[in-house]
Design a protein around this ligand. Sequence first.
Ligand SMILES: NC(=O)C1=CN([C@@H]2O[C@H](COP(=O)(O)OP(=O)(O)OC[C@H]3O[C@@H](n4cnc5c(N)ncnc54)[C@H](OP(=O)(O)O)[C@@H]3O)[C@@H](O)[C@H]2O)C=CC1
Ligand SMILES: O=C(O)[C@@H]1CCC=N1
Length: 264
Amino acid sequence: MSLPSLLLVGCGKMGGALWQGWLKQGLAPSIILDRRCDAPPAPHRVVRTAGEIPGDFKPDIIILAVKPTGMEEALASLRPFLDGAIVISMLAARTVESLRAACGEATSRIVRAMPNTPAAIGKGVTGVCSSDLDDAQRALCTSLLSAVGDVAWVDNEEQLEALTPISGCGPAYVFLLAELLEKEALRVGLPPETARLIARGTVSGAGALLAASDEESETLRKNVTSPNGVTAKALEVLMAPDAWPATMSEAIDNAMKRAREMAS
Ligand SMILES: NC(=O)C1=CN([C@@H]2O[C@H](COP(=O)(O)OP(=O)(O)OC[C@H]3O[C@@H](n4cnc5c(N)ncnc54)[C@H](OP(=O)(O)O)[C@@H]3O)[C@@H](O)[C@H]2O)C=CC1
Ligand SMILES: O=C(O)[C@@H]1CCC=N1
């Protein structure tokens, strides 16, 4: 795929994951702006401040992946490059209205997206919404984001905020499961290397099976659960109404509450 001219602003955990994913597809941002990102091999170009971006550089797309609190500073420094660009914000809890205000008078088109870190290996999921794009611009954003995984366009910002604690934060819950399984493997007496191998292998294997299967996740779960067998006893605990089902709802609600606080 030939890339539009692309400016990646913020190459930390999320911007870095996107960048890794694009590189694996043979794509590369034209310029990366990040205070601390290590310089990659040529032809990729990293600058530390917006002042180092050549004045005649005209990005088609600016990917904003700084912390939400850094939005105003970053967009203020990018004013000379905003006119006519599509700004795809990856920031949690920063509304289109606040992004537009931070862009000032510039004629940028604003897109809100919520990626996740499996983008680094092309297995990300990105929720995205915008009411600023024509069909060709929307297709351009889709092709860029789909280079690092699945893309889910949603109708509005409310839906984007609703998917944030599911897919944006979700990898953390899965990694927590791997952590807890490893700790349990140690607790029941397995050697550390075995504990690590079986915990990681189980989570990644189950994820790969889910990805490869047309079955519902519920069916895949039931396939493991022999009637009156061993798994059933574990699930009796985990699936009790006040256990995982309630805890997951509470966790998602708590995350959404935090997103509302961050937005205000
Ligand atoms: N981490 C994740 O899994 C996800 C994150 N997001 C969103 O992505 C955004 C980034 O998160 P994350 O990658 O975790 O954060 P990081 O702090 O890891 O990355 C941000 C990077 O941008 C740099 N930076 C910030 N402002 C500027 C600037 N004005 N000029 C140059 N460099 C700058 C930071 O440098 P310095 O530290 O020196 O400021 C840092 O290296 C957040 O808004 C978050 O909501 C969305 C989905 C998932
Ligand atoms: O924790 C956060 O705020 C960001 C948003 C989604 C994932 N990480």
